[in-house]
Ligand binder design. Structure first.
Ligand code: ZN
Length: 311
């Protein structure tokens, strides 16, 4: 694995001196296995805070806060563990790549990943029990990352797949051997959602005036392997499913269009870009008895679980 940016990321070896373990130079030095017991390795990552400062933060502490923000603590512990490993991999890959925030990751869910302070969590979302459950999922998987061919993967994840995940190429135009379409049998709070636009609003969003009766505005539709809308003709223009999702703020590209008396209605399943790990899919697999490593190898095909070393 590539070396992480040196100015921010450093491995700090902390020696914890426990009572009864102090020894003078004349005494016998501890054996290797004893040394391992008193030395723990920490990975520090650069984090861009809301006030614009970039601070060094302990990786597992950052991941705990990401998992608190990203996944309901009521989810099965195996789902939480898969989320922790995905978030850790995504974070380290971004830091190694150094493409955002001068090599840092931020705390804005619209940019990098969700992030929530434990104090805020207790005030707004959950209990100490929930907090402990999330911290345990992070601690139980500490240092674990997903790799392909010995390299950290781009571990994208999202809320809900609506049946199948999407191949990365269909959404971002770039292929990754491990980000391919897989089944994601799940039911989520995001299924069968409706968004409605008046005919005028619809044309305003599109930025064009459409001719004829609204029923005639919509032409042939093509679909991706993952069941999303690949392209759809509206008026004289062919739009990609990703474009339509953006223009109308749809939850996903898994949608159907219906024209009623006075409006255009989109019905969507799933939520997010649908590439990589589905959070609701992970929960469904966990409830079905799958372990976090099985969940990860399902959503990230052909990958292996490794222990991170920043060398
Ligand atoms: Zn960011």
């Amino acid at each position: 694995m590539k070396a992480i940016m040196k100015q921010f990321v450093q491995s700090a070896v902390m020696t914890v001196v426990l009572p009864g373990m102090l020894f003078s130079s004349s005494e016998k030095l501890p054996q290797t296995d004893q040394l391992e017991a008193v030395v723990c390795q920490h990975t520090w990552i650069p984090v861009l805070k809301e006030d614009g400062r970039i601070v060094a933060m302990e990786l597992e502490e950052y991941i705990s806060r990401v998992v608190l923000g990203e996944m309901p603590a009521s989810f099965d512990e195996e789902a939480l563990k898969s989320q922790a490993v995905a978030a850790r991999t995504y974070t380290l890959q971004m830091v190694e790549e150094g493409s955002r925030h001068q090599g840092a990751v931020c705390t804005d869910y619209r940019c990098c990943q969700s992030y929530m302070d434990p104090e805020e969590y207790l005030h707004t979302r959950g209990t100490q029990e929930h907090l402990d459950k999330v911290f345990e999922a992070v601690a139980d998987t500490a240092g674990e990352v997903v790799c392909y061919d010995g390299e950290l993967i781009c571990a994208t994840y999202f809320a809900s797949a609506g049946g199948y995940t999407e191949d990365a190429r269909e959404v971002w135009g770039q292929s990754y051997p491990y980000l391919i379409s897989v089944s994601s049998p799940e039911s989520s709070v995001y299924d069968d959602k409706e968004v409605r636009f008046s005919f005028q609003e619809f044309q305003d969003r599109l930025g064009t005036a459409l001719k004829g009766a609204p029923e005639s505005w919509f032409g042939a539709v093509t679909y991706t392997v993952g069941g999303g809308v690949d392209s759809m003709r509206i008026g004289q223009t062919r739009y990609s499913g990703v474009e339509i999702r953006g223009i109308f703020g749809l939850r996903s590209t898994v949608f159907q269009v219906e024209v009623t008396e006075d409006s255009v209605v989109f019905r969507t399943d799933g939520y997010g870009h649908r590439v990589g790990l589905s959070q609701y899919g992970a929960e469904a697999m966990a409830v079905d008895g799958y372990s976090y490593d099985q969940i990860l190898s399902h959503y990230y095909q052909g990958t292996t679980l490794e222990t991170y070393r920043d060398d």
